[in-house]
Design a protein around this ligand. Structure first.
Ligand SMILES: Nc1nc2c(ncn2[C@@H]2O[C@H](COP(=O)(O)OP(=O)(O)OP(=O)(O)O)[C@@H](O)[C@H]2O)c(=O)[nH]1
Ligand SMILES: [Mg+2]
Length: 262
């Protein structure tokens, strides 16, 4: 792989995870780079990231003043990546819920797609260590999103994904407002509704072993409402604006849009 790939990892209080995560990314084939976006974590994650940056040219860090949500952190990371020459830009959690070894499969799939979504639910359920109510919430969210928006993906709230830079360039990132799970839904919807090509790769999701969860009721409410907004924005359509020119698999939709209309 010659094209440059960047994994963006937002962090808030991930001091136990940041060093082992960096090691795993540095060990990947193909010189994958890491951008940590830290929101001034009180546990000193940002300082650990600075130490990593001093040792490894493939690691970068963005420091933000205060905790402002995962969506804002990713948007800052995307902007940073687009100002540089990365071809593939990945999102990944910093708590080992996502396995860094899966990155190579995302990059393979991204050769034929504008966006690759990691899916816990295609061809079975692959979630380890979640209580049943959390699993039901997540799978129910998928049904809700598919029913209202028509987006056909098996795991639309997932946060392990890989954008080709042209997909991010096609979006007006200033117009992305959501921040929690709905951030993932909103970005995928804005790529999908232009008729860009989206594919899914199966992943195993493991609940965090170290550190603490930042999940909240507000994040769920935000997601419930955002889905309706996206449907309205898209003129109550439940299909992409441009119908597929060619299909290579059931979840892949047509060619990229020409202008920033999302
Ligand atoms: N920079 C930044 N990172 C965040 C923020 N909130 C969560 N994160 C990070 O985003 C990644 C995914 O977070 P989530 O999976 O939503 O939250 P979590 O704490 O892992 O909670 P659960 O996985 O739901 O138990 C983790 O690496 C978090 O540290 C935030 O406000 N700012
Ligand atoms: Mg997590």
């Amino acid at each position: 792989m010659n094209e440059k790939a960047l994994v963006i990892v937002p962090t808030y209080n991930e001091r136990e995870n940041i060093n082992p995560l960096a090691d795993r990314i540095l060990a990947l084939p193909g010189s994958v780079e890491l951008l940590v976006v830290d929101d001034n974590s009180p546990d000193g994650t940002g300082k650990l990231a600075d130490e990593l940056v001093a040792k490894h040219p493939r690691i970068h860090v963005l420091h933000r003043k205060e905790k402002n949500g995962l969506g804002r952190a990713y948007l800052a990371g995307f902007q940073w990546a687009l100002e540089r020459d990365y071809e593939y830009i990945l999102e990944m959690d910093g708590d080992f819920s996502h396995n860094p070894d899966d990155i190579s499969r995302f990059l393979d799939a991204a050769k034929d797609a504008d966006l690759v979504l990691g899916s816990r639910y295609c061809n079975g359920i692959r979630v380890i260590n979640w209580p049943l109510n959390r699993l039901v919430l997540s799978m129910g969210a998928g049904v809700y999103v598919r029913t209202i928006t028509g987006m056909p993906f098996s795991d639309p709230t997932g946060g392990f994904k890989c954008f080709h830079r042209r997909a991010l360039e096609s979006l007006n990132l200033d117009a992305v407002h959501s921040n929690g799970y709905s951030f993932q839904i909103e970005l995928s919807h804005k790529v999908w509704r232009q008729g860009m090509r989206i594919s899914e790769v199966p992943i195993i999701f493991t609940d965090r072993f170290l550190g603490s969860s930042k999940m909240s009721g507000g994040i769920v409410w935000e997601a419930l409402l955002v889905v309706w907004r996206l449907w309205f924005q898209h003129g109550l359509r439940r299909w992409p604006k441009k119908m597929p020119a060619e299909k290579t698999d059931k979840s892949v939709t047509s060619k990229p849009a020409e202008k920033k209309n999302a």
